[in-house]
Unconditional design. Structure first.
Length: 149
């Protein structure tokens, strides 16, 4: 729809006058220190270095497959450290579990744990059994006590 006349103001623009801002009520006024100071920054937790986690990964080298999924396992040929997929071990979206929670497993069992057709509960149960068997062997191999591992 076309207008016949241009738009016109009903009231004139307010003049800027003084540069003072409106004063907030007495109970609501922020103190000058809170608006000028930065918030306290939290110190981030120290992330483990590669050398700290690599000793757990190195312990898996040369071992047999501890996962041993029936009908899937190919044995000792391609053993890799298999990280836990459980949130209680530090696993999250796009985040691997801590290196402490690894078990030596062949590539086929590793694929079954990560992408296999079994239920999560079955995979968690299989991994937990393997970890229970692997933990004392790893502790002896690394020279750790079982309570510190």
């Amino acid at each position: 729809m076309k207008r016949s006349a241009p738009l016109a103001r009903r009231k004139p623009l307010k003049s800027s006058g003084s540069k003072r801002k409106a004063i907030a009520p007495i109970g609501k006024r922020p103190s000058p220190q809170t608006s000028l100071t930065r918030g306290v920054m939290k110190r981030s937790t120290k992330k483990p270095t590669m050398t700290l986690g690599s000793k757990y990964l190195a312990a898996c080298r040369g071992e047999a497959c501890y996962l041993g999924v029936l009908g899937v396992c190919v044995g000792r040929t391609t053993v890799v450290p298999c990280h836990s997929n459980q949130a209680r071990h530090g696993k999250g979206m796009g985040i691997k579990a801590k290196h402490k929670f690894t078990v030596p497993g062949c590539r086929a069992c590793h694929a079954w744990i990560d992408q296999g057709p079994a239920t999560r509960e079955a995979k968690f149960r299989q991994w937990d059994v393997a970890y229970a068997n692997w933990e004392p062997v790893r502790a002896a191999k690394m020279g750790l006590t079982e309570g510190a591992a």
